[in-house]
Write a protein that binds this ligand. Structure first.
Ligand code: ATP
Length: 443
């Protein structure tokens, strides 16, 4: 992938095919804000559903939550975000470009204008967006747009334990929007001010945290291979003491090889009892202390967090799936090798011709598949061109309806990756596709 995929190609395909558009484009766009088009919204939703199933339905002891974006402002004092959630900012006095001081060499020349020694002193810039609740704007009604989803989980800890009668160890998972006033946004949807996270907080007994930390690191890496991501495009990066967040005892990033290099995709963090202790202190409530129902032992649970970017995962999936294949005769086909479980369209039904009832028959077959799959129906253009169009948006299966279908009640299934074809009875088509999805492995 590395030598073929570029960010320019991904951005262009995303716009052309309706994955991602620039926000407010007709007004010149809003920097770093993006809208997910008809195919992008399906891809994002499918990744989210895949994560949700892996992290809740398939686990013994993880439940879900959907907390609100606006929370009591004290939450962010307790979490340390009001005090600590800042990046060091420098400006170039010459060209006015702005940078994160930890991402450039301050002794070198400005990356934009090339001047040396023109940076201002670094100053801390808090990344939280704030607004006012209610009609009057004053300091007493400031609220923040949450910069992470995790705090919604911590403040609901006792509600969830009581409602679901949960016993430690257990987890709470959540997917939702988060907002950060990032100093530098670039690389398309990689770093944006509004984004989505998929987070899980796993509560365990103090002392068991190292073992659960190892468990979740392994589990989260396996998740990416289930998602069909090339293992050679993934690696761990352990945080050095200078990188650790204020709450962390240990942290690993899972990094992906994006076109611009290795970058963080997900963080696995050992957060100790920092958050629950701070909320106990700041709220004055003892609610977050857990009592073991068997031993009656009381303690504040330790937390292992897995924190993945959903919108960043969309970019990873797009980059990892992208391929240009040279075909016989020198033709190049652009193909997105999405895992069929997350492909925006799972099956396209294509009538070979638009006459003699073939199109009606194809339309009937396509409607019959809708209950189980996201389908497309395309009857315009030569069949080869229609296959190419589906390849470019990553549709794993094309079903062709031809004159023989009328005789033998069977259709031709064409596989995106191998381009092989197989005749399948219409009555078995749905089950055949379900089995193919289940047994899929990228070649
Ligand atoms: P960085 O240091 O790069 O700013 P971070 O280490 O603060 O990021 P976390 O707070 O650990 O990031 O966030 C967890 C995940 O949320 C990240 O791994 C990433 O996938 C996603 N994420 C964080 N910030 C953004 C953003 N501005 N845009 C898109 N995704 C983001």
């Amino acid at each position: 992938m590395a030598n073929k995929v570029t960010m320019e190609k991904i951005v262009s395909l995303c716009k052309r095919k309706g994955f991602v558009f620039q926000s407010s484009e007709i007004y010149g766009g809003l920097s770093s804000a993006w809208d997910y088009g008809p195919l992008g919204v399906e891809l994002k939703k499918n990744i989210q559903n895949f994560w949700w199933k892996e992290m809740t339905q398939l686990q013994d002891n993880i439940v879900g939550l959907d907390a609100s974006i606006l929370m009591h402002p004290k939450v962010w004092e307790a979490s340390g975000h009001v005090e600590n959630f800042s990046d060091p900012l420098v400006d170039c006095k010459e060209c006015k470009s702005r940078f994160r001081a930890d991402q450039i060499d301050l002794t070198a020349a400005c990356p934009t204008c090339g001047n040396k020694g023109t940076f201002t002193e670094p100053r801390d810039f808090n990344l939280m967006f704030s607004t006012h609740l209610g009609p009057v704007k004053n300091d007493n009604n400031i609220v923040y747009l949450r910069p992470e989803t995790a705090q919604g989980i911590f403040v609901n800890f006792k509600n969830v334990v009581n409602a679901c009668r949960l016993k430690v160890p257990f987890g709470i998972a959540q997917v939702g929007k988060a907002f950060r006033n990032e100093i530098v946004t670039k690389n398309f949807i990689f770093r944006t001010c509004e984004f989505e996270q998929m987070e899980m907080q796993f509560f365990c007994k103090p002392g068991d945290d190292d073992q659960w930390f190892d468990y979740w690191m392994k589990n989260r890496m396996e998740y990416y291979s289930k998602l069909g991501i090339h293992p050679e495009h993934l690696r761990f990066h352990q945080h050095g003491s200078d990188e650790l967040a204020h709450y962390a005892k240990d942290a690993f990033d899972i990094e992906f090889l994006f076109p611009m290099g290795w970058q963080e995709l997900e963080g696995v963090h050992s957060r100790t009892d920092f958050d629950l202790s701070r909320h106990t202190e700041y709220s004055g409530k003892k609610d977050l202390i857990y009592q073991d129902p068997i031993t009656n032992e009381k303690y504040i649970p330790y937390v292992i967090e897995t924190s993945a970017g959903l919108t960043r995962s969309v970019l990873m999936v797009l980059c990892d799936a992208y391929d240009e294949e040279e075909l016989e005769g020198g033709d190049v086909r652009t193909v997105m090798h999405f895992h069929p479980r997350i492909a925006p369209i799972t099956v396209a039904v294509l009538p070979l011709v638009k006459k003699d009832g073939i199109d009606e028959l194809a339309s009937q077959i396509e409607k019959g598949l809708r209950e189980d799959f996201r389908t497309d129906y395309d009857l315009s253009g030569a069949i080869g061109r229609r296959y190419r169009r589906q390849d470019e948006v990553g549709t794993p299966f094309c079903v062709t309806v031809d004159y023989e279908t009328k005789e033998d009640n069977a259709v031709t299934v064409r596989f995106r990756d191998s381009m092989e074809q197989k005749r399948v009875p219409v009555a078995e088509l749905s089950q055949f596709l379900k089995d193919s999805i289940k047994n899929y492995s990228r070649t």
